[in-house]
Design a protein. Structure first.
Length: 325
């Protein structure tokens, strides 16, 4: 008896049900021969630390080019501080409300720090008109788990000294979503007050990669076409991938968890992560919104109208949960 469904080789077309800009993005990232451009990159083995360092340097150069000149367009002022072992980029709007947003960058838990993190903090501050703390957390191979989570915890403790918990929102995309959810679980376990809300965008909350979409959307996701098990093993450095601080999907949410905004797309490799976490939160009676966008791959459409719609939804959710008497 078969234990799965056999699918003959076929081409998955770019749908007409999305904006022209989103269609163009899928075509561009899909490659001329139908093989996603991002599928051409081979990740080093988990124990090839020099290989990871070289790839980190290459990715950092790419991000430097992509973010060049963007600081000038930000309205918020930026400065960087050190909180224990964490580097934190603080973006402050001139007319901010006193609320705080802790932003945890994506990048498969090994990429995305530096200038990319700094600019992202400025964008979040501008979007929400809030002080934003962008955590430039330490990453493997030099700093494996729990270094990144430790840095997030240190930042949260620092922010709690300057903002009431009901005026704090924590958000993260992809790997940042992993750390955001893990941060809340660990903060709760350590007796810290919980933030007002959580924003998780295509969160990498299951490092065991047990969900259905890791198979169904493999290669269909032009941004993240392949699983990240090698990266997960590098990050965990021998720790149990199923532990809730590494895979928050498996946490106990009945003991307390803030209202949560979750987003994914029908072509997202992490779709199962998002919908399973939504169900787990609902079962624990945690208020949770799930937003699944048509044909959207991991991380969005790179500036298409759907991304602006998502930003509006996030802003409305954050405002709703930061209403004060």
């Amino acid at each position: 008896m078969n234990d799965g469904v056999r699918i003959s080789p076929r081409t998955i077309p770019v749908p007409s049900s999305i904006s022209p800009e989103a269609q163009a993005m899928l075509k561009r990232m899909g490659g001329e021969d139908g093989v996603p451009l991002n599928a051409l990159h081979v990740m080093p083995a988990p124990d090839d630390h020099d290989g990871w360092r070289r790839m980190q340097a290459t990715v950092a150069e790419h991000f430097a080019v992509a973010t060049a000149g963007q600081t000038a367009s930000l309205r918020a002022s930026l400065h960087t501080l050190r909180v224990e072992n964490a580097t934190v980029h603080v973006a402050t709007p001139s007319d901010h409300t006193g609320d705080a947003y802790i932003d945890l960058h994506g990048g498969a838990l090994v990429f995305g720090g530096g200038e990319n993190c700094r600019v992202a903090a400025g964008r979040q501050a501008d979007l929400h008109n809030m002080v934003c703390y962008g955590v430039d957390y330490r990453m493997p191979p030099d700093h494996p788990y729990p270094a990144a989570l430790d840095d997030c915890m240190a930042t949260y403790r620092h922010v709690l000294k300057h903002h009431a918990p009901d005026r704090i929102v924590i958000g993260g995309r992809s790997a940042g979503g992993n750390l955001a959810a893990a941060l809340v679980l660990r903060a709760r376990d350590e007796g810290l007050p919980l933030p007002a809300a959580l924003v998780l965008l295509s969160p990498e909350v299951d490092l065991t990669e047990s969900g259905d979409s890791f198979h169904v959307n493999r290669t269909v996701d032009v941004v993240l076409p392949n699983p990240l098990m090698g990266t997960n093993l590098l990050y965990a450095a021998g720790a149990d991938l199923a532990h809730p601080y590494l895979s928050p999907l498996f946490g106990d949410f009945s003991r307390g968890f803030p209202p949560t905004f979750l987003q994914s797309g029908t072509r997202d490799l992490f779709l199962s992560n998002t919908v399973r976490l939504h169900r787990a939160l609902r079962q624990a009676r945690v208020p949770a919104q799930l937003h699944v966008f048509e044909a959207m791959p991991h991380g969005g459409f790179m500036g298409a109208p759907e991304d602006a719609e998502l930003a509006q939804e996030i802003r409305a959710f954050v405002r709703e949960h930061l209403q004060h008497p």
